[in-house]
Design a protein. Structure first.
Length: 173
């Protein structure tokens, strides 16, 4: 009696099956992930805008600041020539001088509302619009954005990843 030694799967069939399983798994994981994309994106945009204000301060020898309120945040420039002159500016790519988060179900948390983060000509973070009061150390200033109406019933709020602004150096990781 002769045994059939041609049974089994070829390597191509095994690779094809594993490829299909991988695609289905990736799709399933992507569909079941928590969709806080807008929160994460807006946090990264805020981080980039803080870096922009710092860069503009060092480049122009002027004080640029970001003022936070309940609806969002705004970019300002302090001009010391007429003392106390604060000019409201818009960020590159923005039409308005106020970045409004409330229309996206996002808000600035109560602990951050009213906060001013300014950068003096050396890029050192300060807590006033004039860039004269350096951020007290050693702990960094934490800024974040919160997502409203989260969860199935819309009653949760979710805080995004915090942005740490290091005192003395202004490093924003």
């Amino acid at each position: 009696m002769k045994l059939n030694t041609d049974s089994g799967f070829t390597i191509i069939e095994i690779v094809a099956v594993l490829l299909v399983i991988g695609v289905i798994t990736a799709f399933a994981i992507g569909r079941s992930a928590d969709h806080n994309t807008e929160l994460i994106v807006q946090t990264e945009i805020l981080k980039a805008r803080l870096r922009y204000a710092q860069s503009m301060s060092m480049k122009s020898n002027m004080v640029y600041s970001i003022q936070f309120d309940t609806n969002g945040y705004a970019l300002n420039k302090y001009d010391p020539s007429p003392p106390g002159s604060i000019e409201s500016l818009s960020f590159p790519g923005e039409e308005s001088n106020q970045v409004v988060l409330s229309g996206r179900d996002l808000e600035i948390p109560a602990g951050t509302v009213g906060t001013v983060v300014s950068f003096n000509s050396k890029g050192i973070p300060c807590t006033d619009s004039e860039g004269e009061t350096p951020l007290p150390g050693p702990d960094p200033l934490m800024v974040s954005i919160t997502r409203l109406n989260a969860g199935d019933d819309g009653s949760q709020t979710i805080s995004g990843p915090g942005i740490a602004i290091q005192p003395n150096t202004g490093f924003i990781p």
